[in-house]
Design a protein around this ligand. Structure first.
Ligand SMILES: *Cc1c(COP(=O)(O)O)cnc(C)c1O
Length: 426
């Protein structure tokens, strides 16, 4: 079997940068991406047969780990019945009903990615309010739609792209960007521009600059000022949904947004996104209303089956308690390991999302995150990879756990952490 390096060289001849999504290229940590042969439970297995404990989990979707038997069975069954019909199926209703109940959505529309979900939610907000401007927060990533790339997190942060070529000045002008957790700045911005703002979009727990929880009062301020100015509050829960809590950040912090975007976990590893919320807004979506949005593969039956099976397992009693207990053990252990090694670090965690920042101070914003020691992270990343632990290849990303990341896997990870810190601090 070819090595990862050989495959990467070959990939670069056919695919830009050798990858189909930028952060996969390891630019943030150096070296060559690991090419994957398969996944099983909490493990990834590379093309040479080396096993890694996986904390990327496809960047969040795999709440049940890889190839969970119940999801495999559901997918197999669905695939045998045909792949796509371009006509409604019962599975779409079942997934819609399940998501609706937990996220208090009057109506929900399925799309194929988180990007489509946020892009469509913004169009709806603009269509409903007749306004153009949107507010986003730096370090938050909402997919790669034009209007959402300014000061974006995830790969945009990793690669340090300032303004994205190809986004027109007219589009960029309508995006007002503020620091995450800048409650005071937000009040001032709304005092000045509130009447022009169609939507405020936020990751209620930021995950795409690394995990940054909302400061007390921040989400409340967003809710209050959106209501006051008639702007639509959009919670982008594509990452936080089913991760920070069963009912997402809106349940955890008890804030009701007007629209919610979902993705990742709800597709169980298949391409799915969703946006939904109040009927007064969602009724404006075609064919009920004039705001157009469509998709050849939207509500794909195999993706719906994978999502349903995933949410079925996730919804069983005790699941979130077990997830929380083990994620906490991991987070506490990582922090203790850094302390023992004398390495200044912050472990920031909400539910099954966490980031280890090599930073002496708590990270509350993108500016703080950027002060983290990215070079040290690169060395640590490779030291962990060598020891069979696969972390997100960037200092500005969240790591994820699943129901199959059990106590033994946590313990094994903490051993590797200790050894990796000793190696990089040398
Ligand atoms: C991943 C992510 C997206 C984009 O989803 P894709 O499926 O990659 O298009 C949007 N918002 C948030 C918060 C995300 O984490």
């Amino acid at each position: 079997m070819a090595t990862s390096s050989e495959l990467f060289e070959r990939a670069k001849k056919s695919i830009p940068g050798g990858v189909n999504s930028p952060v996969r290229a390891f630019r943030g940590v150096g070296g060559t991406p690991v090419f994957i042969d398969h996944g099983e439970g909490a493990y990834l297995v590379d093309v040479q047969g080396k096993r890694y404990i996986d904390y990327v989990l496809s960047w969040g979707p795999l709440l049940l780990g890889h190839a969970h038997p119940e999801v495999v069975e559901a997918v197999r069954k669905a695939a045998g019945r045909g792949f796509s019909f371009g006509a409604p199926t019962p599975g779409e209703i079942e997934l819609a009903e399940r998501v609706r109940a937990l996220y208090k959505l009057d109506l929900v529309r399925f799309v194929n990615s988180g990007t489509e979900a946020t892009m469509s939610a913004l169009r709806l907000a603009r269509g409903a309010t007749g306004r153009d401007a949107i507010v986003k927060f730096s370090g938050c990533y909402h997919g790669h739609a034009d209007s959402l790339l300014s000061e974006a997190g995830s790969g945009v942060a990793t690669l340090g792209i300032p303004g994205c070529p190809g986004v027109t000045a007219a589009t960029a002008k309508d995006t007002l960007t503020l620091a995450f957790n800048d409650t005071k700045g937000f009040h001032a911005l709304m005092d000045e521009h509130g009447a022009k703002v169609a939507a405020v979009i936020v990751e209620p727990v930021a995950g795409n600059m690394g995990v940054v929880p909302p400061a007390p009062g921040f989400l409340e301020a967003l809710r209050e000022r959106c209501t006051k100015h008639g702007a639509v509050l959009i919670f982008d829960e594509v990452m936080t949904g089913f991760r920070v809590a069963h009912g997402g950040a809106q349940a955890l912090y008890k804030i009701d947004p007007d629209l919610t975007c979902l993705g990742k976990v709800i597709g169980g590893g298949f391409p799915v996104g969703a946006y939904g919320g109040k009927a007064s807004l969602m009724d404006r979506i075609a064919p009920s209303g004039p705001v157009y949005q469509a998709g050849t593969l939207s509500g794909n039956p195999i993706a719906m089956a994978a999502g349903l099976a995933t949410l079925e397992v996730a919804g069983r009693p005790g699941t979130y308690e077990a997830l929380e207990r083990r994620a906490k053990a991991l987070g506490d252990g990582l922090a203790a390991g850094c302390k023992a090694a004398g390495v200044p670090a912050q472990v920031q965690r909400v539910g099954t999302m966490m980031t280890l920042f090599f930073n002496a101070e708590p990270v509350t914003s993108y500016a703080d995150a950027k002060k983290s020691d990215a070079a040290l992270f690169g060395r640590y990343f490779h030291a962990m990879l060598d020891r069979g632990v696969y972390l997100a290849p960037s200092a500005f990303e969240a790591g994820f756990t699943s129901i199959v990341h059990d106590d033994a896997i946590v313990a094994q990870t903490l051993e590797a952490h200790k050894a990796a810190l000793a190696a990089v601090a040398r």
